[in-house]
Write a protein that binds this ligand. Structure first.
Ligand code: THG
Length: 369
């Protein structure tokens, strides 16, 4: 397949770290929230093995924040998510499906409760800012909605703990998963969470001062040298093996939370008010008609740029493959597919056509590991 370069412009926003990752050898970008998100530094498989063993520093500034503050901020944030946030605490992150009035998914952000009247919605790739502004206007909420200057650096991998402790001190190792606190660097306080889009452990530093951000970026490489630190990015292989879902790839606004396995984040029995609640109750009682599942295919490589139908032995379409990669762990192609009822059982065999050849596959549970 021929590859094309991406034409940069003001609209396709750079990050404070772009010049650094380009010096370090970024080889592919994707676009995320109208911003450059690195997609590869050479071989994705090499990056995968390195991420599982050492530590990587990622420019994930494209995980933009939608800041909602003011008297009605808690009401507006709750209106947008089906997860009950009534008992949420300051200093905690919450993985929250954002849904529309039909109960379909709009985004799957991490929501940070900064204060009782201030929230950061750390969004996946869709325009939550405008969704929030439209709702605030329609409901006449007293809120202020902005995209603040926040450019996240993720520090991921098993050696991230030692590296971060050296820079920020022992206190950072006491952070619980999905907790955050403030840490001093260059005379300013920085919000750092124990989170990130890998299952290899790590942190995300929400940097509000780009100049200090660049200094921290360089410092991570200076101190990280002894831990074999490398520049990296969300890794396709690692995230599929771990079943970290990607809005726009694995699911979108045509899917609801039950179809995507988000059942634990849908609080239908709570008192809280959110959009789509009645529709979600109806969908739940009727049962989902399709579900995201894992698949394993007898194939050694794949490059997926759109969804691909999969068929049973009678050539009936039973679903579509939405993300896929070769997995060094399973030594075959694995993927995430939306499978129709009643074909989503784990023994289901299927066929898929790739470049004019037919390959066999099997449906399995998510996550793979
Ligand atoms: N970090 C931050 N913002 C983000 C992402 C991130 N915004 C976009 C995107 N990633 C949002 N999607 C996800 C998906 C999964 C997780 C985080 C963000 C995740 N899930 C854990 C899991 O599945 O095990 C924990 C979920 C939980 O139980 O609460 O980490 O990565 N800042």
């Amino acid at each position: 397949m021929k590859n094309y370069s991406i034409a940069k412009s003001r609209r396709l926003r750079s990050t404070p770290y772009t010049s650094r990752i380009e010096k370090q050898g970024v080889t592919a970008y994707t676009v995320y929230n109208h911003m450059l998100l690195p997609a590869a530094f050479g071989s994705i498989e090499d990056g995968y093995h390195h991420l599982k063993k050492y530590v990587q520093v990622w420019d994930v500034a494209a995980e933009r924040q939608v800041e909602i503050s003011g008297k009605d901020s808690a009401k507006l944030v709750q209106l947008m998510t089906c997860r009950d946030l009534s008992k949420s605490k300051k200093g905690r992150c919450y993985y929250c499906p954002i849904v529309d009035d039909l109960g379909n998914l709009v985004n799957d952000p991490v929501i940070l409760k900064i204060a009782d009247d201030k929230w950061w919605i750390s969004i996946a790739d869709s325009d939550v800012l405008f969704y929030a502004k439209g709702l605030a206007s329609g409901y006449k909420f007293e809120v202020n909605i902005i995209e603040p200057t926040v450019d996240i650096i993720a520090i991921q991998g098993p050696k991230s703990f030692a590296l971060m402790e050296e820079i920020f001190g022992k206190k950072i190792t006491e952070l619980k998963f999905f907790g955050f606190d403030y840490f001093d660097y260059e005379g300013e306080q920085h919000l750092i969470a124990r989170s990130g889009w890998s299952k290899q452990g790590g942190f995300e530093a929400y940097i509000q001062n780009p100049e200090i951000g660049k200094k921290l970026y360089d410092k991570l490489f200076e101190v990280g040298n002894q831990y074999n630190v490398k520049p990296g990015c969300p890794n396709l292989i690692e995230r599929i093996e771990s079943a970290l879902l990607s809005y726009g790839n694995d699911f979108d606004n045509n899917d609801n939370p039950f179809e995507c396995g988000f059942d634990q984040y849908v609080s239908l029995d709570s008192e809280v008010e959110f959009l789509g609640k009645e529709n979600l109750k109806k969908i739940k009682s009727e049962g989902a008609l399709k579900k995201l599942k894992g698949v394993k295919i007898d194939l050694q490589e794949i490059s997926l740029t759109s969804s691909k139908n999969i068929y049973d032995v009678n050539n009936v379409i039973i679903g579509e493959l939405r993300s896929a990669t070769y997995s060094p762990l399973f030594k075959q192609v694995i993927g995430i597919a939306m499978i129709k009822k009643p074909f989503w059982k784990n023994t289901q065999a299927f066929k898929i056509d790739i470049n004019g050849k037919t390959f066999d596959g099997k449906v399995c549970d998510l996550p793979f590991i």
